[in-house]
Design a protein around this ligand. Structure first.
Ligand code: ADP
Length: 633
């Protein structure tokens, strides 16, 4: 008895799209069906090693049979097959990410985008008016037939079938000369052969077809035609092909198909190593990180193969956290095929491969930085944050590997500068690599703490990424030169003479500074005279420990603990500013008033640093009072 079921809503959408498609390369349906067949064989092979219910056939095979009389093309495999439930859940719904992504891109209304997605089984409806799937799973008591014309429903019915595997039968659509649609071509041996070479050559299982061959019978001196079972694919996976045999674009196509990507990769690393450790790796850096890249949901990892046979979809141990953007695969003959996931984690070979790959990728990135700066900048804009995070992660364990890969914009350069480049063009008298943190370049340039730097004409790295301040906790030196924040204490920027002068003036104004400090108790750790300020009357700097920028970042993080961490703040006052004279006058005339001045100065400094004001009402009250006072004079 046949049961009729309805397609899930998304499936209906996708099917309608396939049926009405004006996509010009409908021939991709064959690649999709063959890829499914190959996956099904992979799965059968895997299970046959671990589950006694599943046996392996003498030989795995994908068989194509065109039948012109019936206008039918059959694609048959001896893979794992499907149970009734699987037929419903796998062919009745879309779970697969490629198809989802595809549906999301639909609004672009560009028919050519179909080819860029693994649209899967449903692509059969681009060429077939009716699709029948006959299948038998080792987990089912009987076989099943699934059939549909791609409209709202499909039917499922038990059938007799003893052999494990799946047969997909395509009833091809009628040709349409007006639309230049030629579906009959998919019944021609030549076309099929060409398509297999083009799309499915690397499939590891033989794709076979009964092919007509012409033989010359010498004795009878006449030609005879016979059919002969022919293997159409070379079965060499793309990553095993010598680089010079790979056609341009072939790798990019493979990348998009294999990893459900929409764009060509930004960079490809294709490497083969033979020796103590033997493996081939094909690694890709996608142009853009996926939307969840910086969340816990993102799963890093590489596909793992042994001698071309698939083992695992995402092996996490092959990529370090700081290179988590890598996609791709590793194929090594040294791995046992039936290895379990737990065992893989402790596998020595795998660990060796992982450490090789890390070095290789690091070198590749350094090469890119050197030889193709433009691409490296694209890479860095997409993934720089994860590199900087990598420096900070694990208490700086990886900082030496990563320190030459990070770059910053500076007060002098809108293009990125590496630490190496910075150090190479440092001023002779310069003893530190200076950095300043803030929201953006403009904000940083307007920081009062930049005044002295401007004078000295030093280059300053602009830390505009939240992670920068965390990174620098561990990357505290480069080439033995310390990295220093211009927002921290200043003394090393001043020459001896200036320092002495400042000390003398601090003594002179000791009382005033004490009063200010008292007025700001609990808000700042200290009040000092500053040697770095030129135009601004005050600034806030941080003392030991947490920097002001880190306090800002932590404050935005969830949880009480982080938000309660405070930087040690020091208020610096410019002794050469007119306002300092005013302070002295007020202090000598009206000791109480100095509290109000202190509060205003402090808040002014907060504002410049991009902090919120503690008590806006108090601040407005004071400002108003002072304005009125000024006008009365
Ligand atoms: P995808 O292969 O990308 O997951 P498809 O739409 O092509 O998406 O296929 C959906 C699912 O149907 C597959 O994941 C698989 O479980 C099942 N399937 C398709 N073809 C076969 C087949 N030949 N043998 C066994 N299962 C299959």
């Amino acid at each position: 008895m046949a049961k009729t079921r309805e397609f899930q809503t998304e499936s209906k959408k996708l099917l309608q799209l396939m049926i009405n498609s004006i996509y010009t390369h409908k021939d991709i349906f064959l690649r999709e069906l063959i890829s499914n067949a190959s996956d099904a064989i992979d799965r059968r092979h895997h299970l046959s090693l671990t589950d006694e219910k599943v046996d392996a056939p003498d030989e795995y095979e994908i068989r194509l049979t065109p039948d012109s009389d019936e206008r039918v093309l059959r694609v048959e495999d001896n893979g794992i097959g499907m149970t009734e439930e699987q037929l419903t859940s796998e062919l009745g719904t879309i779970a697969e990410s490629g198809s989802q992504a595809f549906l999301e891109k639909l609004e672009q209304e560009d028919p050519e985008i179909i080819g860029q997605f693994g649209v899967g089984f449903y692509s059969a409806f681009m060429v077939a008016k009716k699709v029948i799937v006959r299948t038998r799973s080792p987990y089912a008591e009987t076989g099943y037939e699934w059939r549909s014309d791609g409209e709202a429903t499909y039917e499922i019915e038990p059938i007799e079938r003893s052999s494990i595997g799946t047969e997909v039968i395509l009833h091809l659509r009628e040709d349409d000369e007006e639309q230049e649609e030629d579906f009959s071509q998919f019944l021609e041996e030549g076309t099929i052969e060409r398509l297999i070479k083009k799309y499915s050559d690397y499939i590891r299982y033989p794709i076979r077809m009964e092919k007509t061959v012409t033989k010359t019978d010498d004795e009878a001196e006449e030609k005879q035609t016979e059919t002969e079972l022919t293997t159409l694919n070379s079965m060499v996976p793309i990553w095993k092909k010598p680089k010079d045999e790979l056609e341009e674009g072939e790798i990019n196509e493979f990348f998009k198909r294999q990893f459900n990507e929409f764009d060509d990769p930004l960079h490809v690393v294709h490497t083969s190593v033979e020796g103590m450790t033997t493996y081939t790796a094909m690694l890709f850096i996608p142009k853009q990180p996926p939307f969840d890249f910086y969340t816990d949901n993102y799963e890093k990892g590489l596909q793992l193969y042994s001698k071309g046979v698939f083992i695992e979809e995402k092996n996490k141990d092959l990529v370090p956290e700081h290179f988590r953007f890598l996609k791709g695969l590793v194929d090594s003959p040294d791995l046992p095929l039936n290895i379990s996931r737990e065992m893989l984690q402790h596998n020595r070979e795998l660990r060796k491969i992982a450490s090789h790959l890390e070095k290789k990728v690091k070198n590749e990135l350094e090469k890119l930085l050197k030889n193709d700066r433009e691409t490296y900048v694209d890479f860095y804009e997409a993934y720089g944050t994860i590199l900087k995070y990598g420096i900070y992660d694990q208490f700086g364990a990886n900082k030496d590997k990563l320190k030459d890969l990070v770059m910053f914009k500076t007060n002098k350069s809108d293009a990125y500068v590496t630490l190496r480049e910075y150090v190479d063009r440092m001023k002779e008298d310069q003893e530190a690599i200076y950095y300043a943190s803030g929201k953006n370049k403009d904000q940083i340039l307007s920081l009062p703490q930049m005044d002295l730097i401007k004078d000295k004409d030093y280059e300053v790295l602009l830390f505009t990424d939240d992670v920068d301040e965390f990174m620098v906790q561990f990357l505290d030196r480069y080439d033995d030169i310390p990295l220093k924040s211009v927002q921290k204490s200043e003394s090393d920027l001043l020459d001896e003479e200036k320092k002495e002068d400042l000390e003398a003036r601090e003594k002179e104004h000791e009382k005033l500074l004490k009063s200010l400090k008292k007025a700001l108790k609990g808000k700042v750790e200290d009040v000092r005279l500053s040697g770095r300020l030129k135009e601004s009357p005050v600034c806030l700097v941080s003392g030991e420990g947490l920097s002001l920028e880190m306090e800002k970042v932590l404050r935005q993080m969830p949880g009480d603990q982080a938000s309660q961490m405070k930087a040690q703040k020091i208020l610096e006052i410019n002794p050469d500013h007119e306002l300092f004279n005013a302070l002295q006058t007020v202090h000598s005339k009206d000791k109480k008033r100095i509290k109000d001045y202190a509060s205003l100065l402090y808040h002014q400094a907060l504002l410049i640093e991009g902090y919120p004001i503690d008590d806006p009402q108090e601040v407005t009250r004071l400002m108003t009072e002072l304005l009125v006072e000024a006008s009365n004079k």
